[in-house]
Write a protein that binds this ligand. Structure first.
Ligand SMILES: NC(=O)c1ccc[n+]([C@@H]2O[C@H](COP(=O)([O-])OP(=O)(O)OC[C@H]3O[C@@H](n4cnc5c(N)ncnc54)[C@H](OP(=O)(O)O)[C@@H]3O)[C@@H](O)[C@H]2O)c1
Length: 250
């Protein structure tokens, strides 16, 4: 795709948690469609470097910034640095999320707090920080999960609860940021092939069979959906959770 005439040409985006999985697919897709993209990572500097090189080899622009989403000042600093380096921001995608699996009866409060720090508090901190840099017409996307709406499996209680919290957070942020002309949308993927949902994982066969399409998504399917919503012609979509899961919730 020609970067100068792609549907996101001239756009400046930041993907929080962009080094692997859905986040890396988002970085590549946004860059292919013409956006300049900054992204954060926390524990995978090699993957981050490889991703920057991959984007640059296709003629795109990507910047990697290390920032733990559980560390508010690091996250705010990364967003400020991205805005400085790119000359502003048009789009924030908050993709960073963790899944510490476990039944409630054995779940530690340390794990509970870590899940909320990254999956909920980090989303709030990033949205608040990015709103100061986003242009009018700017867009915030959060990568939630369809587990916000369906408990699905034992062991996903805390994870699903963080994603339900995010769905409510997005509705409120949409109202809070509307006067600034910023929209906020929650994207709820279903099972998607990443390190979080590896194809040799314990629940893959069950999950695949639960799906009407009998398959698990490729990360680029999620990235294409978000990139489409980020286009200037995608308007009047605000304060909602949009599920992309091949009919899993049907
Ligand atoms: N895969 C699925 O089936 C699925 C389904 C529904 C929703 N989701 C959601 O989609 C999002 C991405 O999931 P994924 O499957 O792509 O996960 P993944 O393969 O585990 O990748 C997670 C990404 O988030 C980053 N990250 C994790 N913790 C972070 C932190 N504290 N600070 C900054 N970055 C952090 C990771 O960075 P490092 O590389 O540095 O660790 C990595 O780039 C998550 O919010 C997840 O809940 C996934």
């Amino acid at each position: 795709m020609n970067k100068d005439i792609g549907p996101l040409a001239g756009k400046k985006a930041i993907v929080i948690g962009g080094s692997r999985g859905i986040g890396a697919a988002l970085v590549k897709r946004f860059a292919r469609e013409g956006a300049a993209v900054a992204f954060t990572y926390v524990s995978s500097p090699d993957r981050a470097r490889e991703l920057v090189a991959a984007v640059e080899s296709e003629g795109g622009r990507a910047i990697a910034l290390q920032a733990d989403s559980a560390d508010a000042s690091a996250l705010e600093g990364a967003i400020a640095e991205a805005a400085r380096a790119l000359g502003g921001l048009d789009v924030l995608v908050n993709n960073a999320g963790i899944l510490i699996f476990g039944n409630a009866d054995e779940y530690s409060l340390e794990d509970f707090d870590r899940m909320f720090a990254v999956n909920v508090r980090g989303v709030f901190v990033a949205a608040k920080a990015a709103a100061n840099h986003l242009s009018r017409g700017g867009k915030i996307f959060v990568i939630g999960s369809n587990t916000a709406e369906r408990a699905m499996l034992a062991g996903l209680t805390v994870y699903g609860t963080t994603k339900a919290a995010v769905a409510r957070l997005v509705r409120g942020l949409a109202l809070d940021f509307a006067p600034r002309g910023i929209s906020v949308v929650n994207i709820q993927p279903g099972p998607t092939t990443t390190d979080m949902m590896p194809l040799d994982g314990p629940h893959v066969d069950w999950v695949r069979n639960q799906s009407p399409e009998k398959r698990i998504a490729d990360p680029d399917e999620i990235a294409r959906f978000v990139a489409y919503l980020a286009r200037p012609e995608s308007t009047y979509i605000n304060g909602v959770s949009l599920t992309i899961d091949g009919g899993f919730m049907a």
